[in-house]
Structure formats: C-alpha cells, structure tokens
Design a protein around this ligand. Structure first.
Ligand code: UDP
Length: 330
C-alpha cells in the first residue's frame, strides 16, 4: 500500500513535496497528467525505492492508488496556464477533487487539499485571514481557478460533515523557488527569464500592486506540518510568507540577484488582477508552530540557478527506467 499519494506530483510544488517526503523515506505514489507538470521535475526521486509514478488525468479518470494520506495538488496554477484551459481547471478542481475525496473515504485516509489565496479574490480586507470570505468575480477570467478552488473547499468540508473524513485545506499564497517552469508566466519566473535573456522586465500596471512570496522549502514544511497535525487542527489554513512586496520591488530584487541594470517594459494590468495580497498566518503560527524563514533576497539565488539550467538546454524529459506500478487501483 502506498502510504502517501500526491496528485500534481510533477508540478513545481508537487515535485518539491515529493522530494521532501521521499527523503524522509515515505512510500510515495505520484500522479500527474503532465499538462503543466514536467517529468524532469521528478528526476531526483525517479529511481528511489518507494516512489512510483503514473500519468493520469483526474478530471477524466479515477486512477488513484490506495493510500493513508492524500495530497491533492493537481491543477494548473499560474494565471496564463489556468486561463488557457479553463474547463480542465474547473474539472480537476471539482470532479478531480471528488475522486480524491472518494478514494480517501474508501481507504479511511487523511486528505490535504491545496487551495489558494485566490479564494479571497481582489480582497477588500487586508491582510487576509481565514475568516474573510473573499471578493471573487464568479464569471471573470480567473473564475475557473478561484471558483474551482472554492468548490474544492466546499466539497472537502461537505465530506467532513457527511462522513467525518479527516480533511485539511491549505490556502497557499504565492510561492517561488527551484523548479518553477520558465514558461508558466508567473511574475518571478518571468522576471528572471527576461533578465537572463537581456530583455526588459514586464511590469503589469504600475507595479504598485503587492504580493507576498513564500520560498518553496518553507511552503513544503508548512504542508507537512498541516498534514501531520492532529485531526482537530483548524481548517482552512493560510500558508504563505507575510512579507508583502510591491511588484516593482520584486523587479529590483531580481535585477540585483542577476546583477543586471533595471529596465522596465510596462504592460496593461490583466483583468481582475488583485491589488494587494498578504496572508495573516496567525493560525499556522499558533497551531502548527510554522513560520517562513527564507526572505526574497535569500530565496532568489537558488531560483535563478534553477531557471538558468532550465533555459540552458532541453534536458531528457523522461527519466530512463519505467516504474513499477504496484498498489494502483484503477
Ligand atoms: N506580473 C507582472 N509582470 C509579469 C507577470 C506578472 O507585473 O511578467 C504581476 C501580475 O499582474 C500580478 C503579480 O505580478 O499583479 C503576480 O502575478 P502572478 O502571475 O505571479 O500571480 P498571481 O498572484 O496574480 O496569481
């Protein structure tokens, strides 16, 4: 029996989480439909004992292993990626979440649902605490992701109320670090890639809008603590770095990390782009003893190094030996 199942295992967050779990000698089953995830992200764990992988599209098939713990991370997560395929985004966060919750119910397992700060939409309350219900445009260009994640949350708590299922919901704020996809269109990967190519950095709007960026190792530690916490832990719970930065400042920090002169290319602000975002992480501090430790200046060099390698060449995409798929039920 696979002990831990991770959906979205080949993505940025998923692969960092899998690496962390495998290094702790957990038995991990990863699945991903590879729409935005890349097998290359799993290179460091591919041949490790106790790791299996299956390509599966949760929105369209119910291929899930039996496990004791399920992390449901599968979903496109960058605005250009989820807006490219809004229907699949909605389906993986509805049908896909349903399949994960059903598998967990049958296995009497624990589930962690990866939700998002996007459930707060263009927030009118600042910083955002879990008590705030959000300001989401239900038919806007971001709604496939925002409402998909809100539905996921609603379904997860319905399973807890109806079946007593042990569910935890992490509202994940902007995260960055090694294995970001150079092409996924997020602000930090865009700035680093543009800087490495000698292009000006694209600032959307006037760059005064804010975000709070959490280094991926901090985030993974938070996910693990939330999963390992007692069943009574409050949920949903914000996970993110509370240091709030205007986007223009992010550009300056990236320019410093790359040692390049600062040049901007101003572009229109995308529709429904939130103006301010910053997590209140009081609950995570109190109940998980978790607080991020890596600031942007400290986290950018490894992010730059990883993006530099990704840009330098197209590495072999599929690690060589195929994996045995013991313990999978389809
Ligand atoms: N942004 C930007 N330049 C870029 C990409 C993004 O100025 O090349 C801005 C974007 O408009 C938003 C912020 O940076 O205000 C964060 O964008 P991202 O796509 O990383 O994530 P979001 O928090 O909007 O989901």
């Amino acid at each position: 029996m696979a002990k831990v199942a991770v959906t979205g295992a080949a993505g940025f967050l998923g692969s960092n989480l899998v690496e962390f779990l495998v290094s702790r000698r957990e038995t991990v089953a990863g699945l991903d439909n590879l729409s935005t995830g890349r097998l290359e992200n799993l290179r460091s764990v591919w041949h490790r004992r106790g790791f299996t992988f299956r390509r599966a599209d949760l929105a369209r098939s119910s291929t899930l292993p039996r496990a004791e713990k399920y992390y449901h991370l599968a979903s496109p997560a960058s605005p250009p990626a989820y807006q490219r395929d809004p229907i699949s985004t909605l389906l993986v966060n509805s049908t896909g979440t349903h399949r994960v919750l059903e598998a967990a119910r049958r296995a009497d397992a624990r589930v962690l649902i990866a939700s998002t700060s996007e459930v707060y939409g263009d927030a009118t309350v600042h910083p955002q605490s879990e008590r705030y219900w959000g300001n989401v445009n239900p038919i806007g260009v971001r709604s496939c992701y925002d409402e998909g994640k809100r539905f996921s949350e609603a379904l997860a708590v319905a399973y807890r109320r109806s079946y007593g299922l042990d569910v935890r919901i992490a509202r994940i704020f902007n995260t960055y670090g090694p294995r970001m996809d150079p092409a996924d269109g997020r602000v930090i990967s865009n700035f680093v890639v543009q800087g490495l190519r000698g292009e000006p950095l694209t600032i959307y709007g006037d760059g005064t809008q804010t975000r709070s960026f959490c280094y991926v190792a901090d985030l993974v530690a938070g996910l693990d603590r939330l999963m390992e916490a007692p069943k009574e832990v409050p949920t949903p719970m914000n996970l993110g770095n509370p240091a709030e930065v205007p986007i223009r400042r992010v550009a300056e920090l990236v320019a410093v990390a790359l040692r390049i002169p600062l040049r901007f290319n101003y572009r229109p602000l995308p529709e429904d782009d939130p103006k301010q975002r910053c997590p209140d992480i009081g609950l995570a501090r109190q109940h998980l003893g978790w607080t991020p430790t890596v600031g942007l200046e400290a986290g950018l060099p490894s992010t730059v190094a990883s993006l530099r390698v990704a840009l330098a060449g197209k590495p072999r995409t599929r690690p060589r030996r195929s994996k045995r798929l013991k313990g999978w039920v389809t």
